[in-house]
Design a protein around this ligand. Structure first.
Ligand code: ZN
Length: 179
């Protein structure tokens, strides 16, 4: 099961709740619990066998990393999964965002704004933590951009293959004429 292997690196004995309590002290208790719950048991955490696009985003300010994997068919996000590590806000944000975008059209996901994600997170995020909160959305945007450019690249590749096939047959003809 990919789910097990994806989490294998997280065998730390330190309680995440304890580790992040200081950071989260200033937050509303209700939403703090809600965010910590997403952090402890993130939704859609794991890997997709055959994602149509994926992207690893990083927030070096905090050491957060998120890899988003999307399975897109007919312009709809059919499957989504993520792996990552980092602070509670970054990982809970990814959990909430993956729930939100699953089943949506690519166009709808592309229209998602930072404010929409902050609404989902539901707690006040200090300016210093904004990059943590928005890393997941940024990573999804990159994955979708990669998907779009991959479509173009495969079209280019097809014509490049044709061109090189033409060159090869031209070279063969030339060789035949000389020999
Ligand atoms: Zn962070």
């Amino acid at each position: 099961m990919p789910w097990g292997s994806a989490r294998s690196g997280e065998s730390s004995t330190a309680s995440p709740a304890g580790r992040y309590r200081g950071i989260l002290d200033s937050m509303d208790d209700l939403y703090r619990d809600y965010i910590l719950e997403h952090y402890r048991r993130p939704h859609n955490f794991g890997v997709l066998d055959n994602p149509t696009t994926s992207y690893e985003g990083a927030n070096p300010l905090c050491g957060d990393r998120i890899t988003m994997m999307l399975g897109i068919a007919d312009g709809i996000v059919r499957e989504v999964a993520f792996t990552g590590r980092g602070c509670a806000i970054s990982q809970a944000s990814a959990s909430l965002l993956t729930d939100e975008i699953k089943g949506k059209t690519v166009a709808e996901v592309e229209k998602m704004t930072p404010d929409m994600l902050l609404d989902l997170i539901g707690i006040d995020i200090s300016p210093a933590r904004l990059k943590c909160a928005l890393l997941s959305l940024d990573t999804v945007a990159h994955a979708l951009a990669d998907e779009a450019s991959a479509d173009e690249a495969s079209a280019d590749e097809a014509s490049a293959d044709e061109a090189s096939a033409d060159l090869a047959s031209a070279a063969q003809e030339e060789a035949g004429a000389q020999g």
